[in-house]
Structures are given as structure tokens and as C-alpha cells.
Design a protein around this ligand. Structure first.
Ligand SMILES: [Zn+2]
Ligand SMILES: [Zn+2]
Length: 423
């Protein structure tokens, strides 16, 4: 008790000396060298994550059917149901631009900004982590289904010695290889690979690079929602919400597979924060077809700003020290990057968002990782031992690429597979 009084008196004295009694300083960054994985699922509507979805026949679709993995993760971490987007458009590119930079990027107001503005205008979390932690090319990775994310992930010019592994749509910035790029599904959605191929890329690349900061984007759900409107418009046929729901089920499963892969890897096991969010919701209109859209909303007849269904999103954080509960605060997309910066122990002076104290305070007080004694808590299935792929006769396997000291290479593109005939 006496110690408590002393600590309280010392804290009050310090606060008054600093002239601000309200917000105690955050604890010093943990020296544990934690990792952070940020997963962005594109376009998750409130009805779905809020457990109020219905199928094409109007029957309820429970949250446990769509998001069994996210529901399990909610039981292990901080669930944030009150997060708002920070851009006024309610579409993808401005949201990702803000999430990456931890601030509003005023020049990115649509998915198609002028070509000279098609970049990050402020340092991104990935750039700051790479620089301040002294990481190599492999130390930060961005693996995304949607092509434009690799373009807005940095302020140009990005010098080769500051570059980091970026793999978006059908392109990555590895040195040219004699091997053709490996994809399992063709370009189903314009300028996007499917989430299965993004996941496959992640499983191939992450174990050999071990990024301290990994950003993953899954885009199928938003694509399937837009496809509903496109099919309806062009054919008059009902495509339906089933495909959107299937994509969400798939992405939930992939989050589980990513979690399981992290838990099976001693580099990440019990030493990694996982944060999941979405870039925007969707329209909540009386017209049942409006779930396909997002942005300036038809739903609430507001043209100046996104409707509430579009701007209200969720986030989830799991990792060492983070308590299991629902967050009390309301947060912004722009708060995520400063929060992750604190978890990594770096500064982010250009960000205007604020670190989420409900995450950062308990996380920074968590003890360093101890010896692992319990079986890994897999959510989907235990990762399988990898079988080396068969090498065709006459083809020599490519040497492993990427070590912390290795590629200081200019970005380049690999060939995009041609789109298949429509089926
Ligand atoms: Zn989006
Ligand atoms: Zn969209």
C-alpha cells in the first residue's frame, strides 16, 4: 500500500510537472523484438461481422457460420467494434493509404487518383519499420491480392537499399527468375490475384524471409460483392450474396491458416501480434441489392460522406499481453499504424493517429517470451511438413532468394498470366 501511495504521488508529481495530468505516458517499448502481422480483409459489411446477415432467401446466416476463426480469436484478444474509416470516400485505396501512413492522405480520394498522386504522400509504417529497425529487404513484407497496394506502400523514390518484399496481384519485386511465377488461379478479378494465390504466396515466402512486419490483404469478398452488381446489370440475373459469404468464409479460414502457420514457426510463436481489420463496410440500404456497393451512399441519401454502414468497421488484436475483452474506445483507421509502431518499438512522427492504449499499454508490459511448453494452439489444422516440389528433368531448382543481407535490387514486374476465356 505504501509503495502504491509512493508510486501514485510520484506519478502525480511528474504529471503536474509536465503540465498534463490526463494521459500518463506509455510504458517504454518492449525490448522483446515482437513481430506484427496485419491482415486486411476487403469490404466486410457490418451485418456480417455483427451477426445480422441473411442469405439470398432471407434466412439468417450466423456469425459463427461466416467467421468461426475470428470468433475464436475474439476469445483470445481485444475486439474493437467501434472503428471508423478516416477517409471521406468510403472506398478501398484511400482507406489503405490512411492505414499505411497512419494519417489522412488528402490527395488520395478515390481508387483512381491522378497518376502523379498514385503513391503514398507520407512515410508508411512499412518504410518506418524497415528503416528504424535496421531491417533488410526481407524484414518487412507486403503480400496483397490487389495490385495498387504495392504502389501506395511507400513514398517514392524508394531506393533499392530501402525496398522491402512486395507482392501484389501477379507481380512482385524479386529479381528475375528463370522459373515462371507460380499461380493456381488466373486473373479472375481485374488487377487482383485470388486470395488462394495470395495465401499460397504467403506460405512460400514468409518462412524464408521471416518479416518482423507482415501486411496481408485479402480481396475476394469485395470482388464477389461487386460482381453481384455487374452480373445483375449486364445479364439481369441474380448472382446473389452467397458468393460474398463464401469469400468471407474462405478469408476467415485463411486467417486461421495464417495464424496456425505463425504458431508453428518458432520465430513467430507467442511473439507476434495479429491485427485484423477491413478497409470499409458496405451500404446498408432498404434495397436488398445495395449490399454490393460502398462509398458515397445511396443508402442514406448522403452524397457528401460515406454512410454509416460503410464507415463503421471492426478491428481485432491478439498477442502477448493483450487482454481478452471488447474495447471501450472508438478508434480510427489512422490509429492502427501508430499502434503497430509502438508494438514494434519505433516512432512514427508523421502519423496523426494515436496509439490505441487498450492494446499498447498491456502489450508493452507483457513479459518477454518464455520457453514454449504447450502444444501450438492451432485453429484450423496443424501445418503440414513441406514436400519439395518435383523438378522437371533438365530444370535446375532456383537458389533460395532473400536473406537479410541480400537483394538490393530494383523493383520489377513478372509477367501477368493472360486472362482465361470467360466461362
Ligand atoms: Zn475495399
Ligand atoms: Zn469495393
Amino acid at each position: 500500500m505504501r509503495i502504491f501511495v509512493f508510486v501514485l504521488a510520484a506519478w502525480l508529481g511528474l504529471s503536474m510537472a509536465c503540465g498534463r495530468a490526463a494521459e500518463p505516458p506509455l510504458p517504454a517499448p518492449s525490448p522483446a523484438g515482437r513481430n506484427v502481422v496485419l491482415i486486411l480483409i476487403d469490404g466486410v459489411r457490418q451485418q456480417e461481422w455483427g451477426g445480422r446477415a441473411v442469405d439470398d432467401a432471407g434466412r439468417p446466416v450466423r456469425g459463427s457460420e461466416l467467421f468461426p476463426v475470428l470468433q475464436q480469436l475474439r476469445k483470445r484478444g481485444l475486439w474493437m467494434p467501434n472503428v471508423n474509416i478516416s477517409n471521406p470516400a468510403g472506398v478501398s485505396l484511400p482507406a489503405y493509404a490512411d492505414i499505411f501512413a497512419g494519417r489522412r492522405q488528402e490527395k488520395i480520394l478515390s481508387n483512381h487518383p491522378p497518376v502523379e498522386d498514385y503513391r503514398s504522400h507520407y512515410p508508411t509504417l512499412m518504410q518506418e519499420a524497415r528503416r528504424q529497425l535496421g531491417l533488410g529487404f526481407d524484414g518487412v513484407s507486403l503480400i496483397a491480392s490487389w495490385g495498387p497496394l504495392c504502389t501506395i506502400a511507400f513514398v517514392p523514390p524508394l531506393l533499392p537499399e530501402a525496398d522491402f518484399f512486395r507482392s501484389c496481384s501477379f507481380k512482385n519485386n524479386l529479381p528475375p527468375s528463370p522459373e515462371p511465377p507460380l499461380f493456381f488461379k488466373p486473373e479472375v478479378y481485374a488487377n487482383s490475384r485470388t486470395d488462394i494465390d495470395t495465401f499460397s504466396e504467403l506460405l512460400r515466402e514468409v518462412p524464408k524471409r521471416h518479416p518482423r512486419l507482415l501486411v496481408v490483404h485479402l480481396g475476394d469478398a469485395d470482388e464477389e460483392a461487386h460482381l453481384h452488381a455487374r452480373v445483375q446489370r449486364k445479364t439481369g440475373q441474380h448472382y446473389g450474396i452467397f458468393h460474398y459469404h463464401q469469400a468471407l468464409r474462405q478469408d476467415d479460414y485463411l486467417v486461421g491458416r495464417i495464424w496456425d502457420a505463425l504458431q508453428a514457426d518458432p520465430f513467430y510463436r507467442d511473439n507476434t501480434y495479429l491485427i485484423v481489420t477491413t478497409d470499409h463496410g458496405r451500404d446498408t440500404a432498404e434495397d436488398p441489392a445495395q449490399w454490393a456497393s460502398h462509398g458515397r451512399c445511396i443508402a442514406e441519401r448522403i452524397r457528401q460522406k460515406p454512410c454509416s454502414g460503410c464507415s463503421g468497421v471492426f478491428a481485432l488484436a491478439v498477442g502477448p499481453g493483450i487482454p481478452t475483452r471488447t474495447a471501450r474506445g472508438t478508434y480510427l483507421h489512422t490509429d492502427l499504424a501508430p499502434t503497430i509502431a509502438k508494438l514494434l518499438g519505433i516512432e512514427f512522427p508523421s502519423a496523426t493517429g494515436k496509439p490505441i492504449r487498450e492494446i499498447v499499454e498491456p502489450a508493452l508490459r507483457a513479459p518477454p517470451r518464455g520457453p514454449v511448453t504447450t502444444p501450438a494452439p492451432f485453429l484450423t489444422l496443424a501445418p503440414q511438413p513441406q514436400v519439395p516440389p518435383a523438378t522437371p528433368p533438365g530444370v535446375h531448382p532456383a537458389p533460395p532468394v532473400g536473406s537479410p543481407a541480400s537483394p538490393s535490387v530494383p523493383a520489377h514486374s513478372v509477367a501477368v498470366p493472360s486472362a482465361p476465356p470467360a466461362r
